[in-house]
Design a protein around this ligand. Sequence first.
Ligand code: ADP
Length: 623
Amino acid sequence: MKQFKTESKRILDLMINSIYTNKEIFLRELISNASDAIDKLKFISLTDSSASQDFKITISLDKENKVMTIEDNGIGMTDKDLEKNLGTIAESGTLAFKKENSDKTENELIGQFGVGFYSAFMVADKIVVYSKAHGSDLAYKWESKGAEGYSIEQADKSQTGTKIEIYLKDDTEDYKYSDFLDEYKITSLIKQYSDYIRYPIEMMMPTTKMKEGSSPEKPEYEQVFEKQILNSMVPLWKKPKAQVTSDNLNEFYQNEFHDYQAPLKSIYAKIEGSVTYDTLLFVPQKALYDYFSKDYKKGVKLYCNGVMIMEKCEELIPDYFGFVKGIVDSSDLSLNISREILQQDRQVKAIATSLEKKILAELKKMMEDDKASYQKLFAEFGLSIKFGVYAGFGMNKDKLKDLLMFYSSKKEQLVTLSEYVKDMQDGQEFIYYASGESYEKIGSLPNIEKLKNKGYEVLYFKDGVDEFVAKILLDYEGKKFKSVAEQDFSVDSQDEKQELESKEKENKQLLDDITEMLKDKVKQVKLTSNFKNYPVALSASGDVSIEMEKVFSSLPNQGQKVKAEKVLEISLEHGILDRLKNVQEDKEKLKKYATVLYEQARLLAGLDIENPTEFVKAFSDII
Ligand code: ADP
């Protein structure tokens, strides 16, 4: 017997002991696996006549032995496939599992990992898989009773495909597993979850028939079993739009993309024009655990006239819409299209262009008609769109900029740039933004205070990429972006400016002295007004902001060298200025004050203390 990997074992344990209410979804999962397997063989059969046959999925119920069997004549699995597909759970999955399992509910966990073959362990205490791969002479049997492990051995099976025997658990007070042996229950589950599977799902159904030889006057009946097809087999995207309900779309999405939640947004479109295709597109509620990792593969399922030719066609979806899932079916494509020609194929390019336009239009519409949902979408996937604006030196920025959202200091929710600009104050020149690690931290940044006092709205930039987005956009509707951390940042009135200038003149010697004392650390020391909660703030002159310095310093190698040119700003209103004046003549003391203030300003800006020993010494000397 072979062992499952430790983490796989934990996930299996979870399945086996699951109290998940939706146990029945295992059927949907196994049926869609069967359908996928047939899709794969059907594709091969286009060029290999030995592979073509009457494709179907067969369900049989053995009430006596409490075994449900699901059989397909799809592509099948070799012993290696069995080992790889059913012996381990994807590495990326287990990593995420380790990190994230602590605060998840059972539902969420099963949503993340359980949907798939293993979900059958929610209803079974033993599963046996017989499989024979297309083109192989040998068949194999995989068997497992759950967490202890599994075995693989050679077996007899004449037909290509996979047969899965599910040995159902005994009924308990809480759950009637034997329901899965009831033909009517199965029929209704298939109708509910798998109606649009394009291959027939067959089962022997009991019916009552008049006994042969019995007379019509005195009829005698008997129960016989007849083969029935349980699903309608019409793919959803081939149905007229008027017949497709949002429930249908939700079921289809969950079925096809193994999600336990309904999608946040569904798009159903039949496009006719320079290219003709049908498409179903979905935005999930939640990003998958690997969405922002390099393991994630974007793409839509590509069909040509109802035949699936590719599971994930990346070429059809731009990176910034990588979160969109769905299917595209076009009769304009050639069936034997390969990965290599795909990239240059004119039709594929035309579909990609059209699809992107469609997604853009739908997202904009969503933003207008259902803002709350769009905000949810942006909170989940906005990072992709922001990277899209920034990528390729901003080559896509114009089409994406209207989709952007940032958190607003005033409205305390995500707003679009267009909303921001519309609500700008009379005479407001700039789109103000402030960067930091979290909304909370940004909200307490010293410079925010000035803007809030003057009634300005500030956009909070929480993601590393945000400032780069602002830099690449330059402006929005003619309004330039301005960081509150920029050195020339000012919202002062004319009078206040004059007052500040005269104070700077008055204190020139003091400021020069401090500048000299901090010359390795800051480029300039100056006064600032409209700012009384804190004694000091740190801003940056030049192109690199303090937030960008943080992003760079988190990069390996080169990043460490990129530093912002810092400016120490001293508050006019706080009272610290008088304290500094008092010690102006005692240079040693002044140096200590300068050191403490500088390190405080770093802390407020979200940077670490630069020189802890110097800071602690200076600080304790002063107090
Ligand atoms: P998923 O379907 O999400 O990839 P599963 O755990 O359901 O995850 O299945 C793992 C893999 O096992 C599938 O990707 C597929 O390669 C293989 N597999 C499962 N069921 C079948 C089947 N009926 N025929 C052929 N291969 C299958």
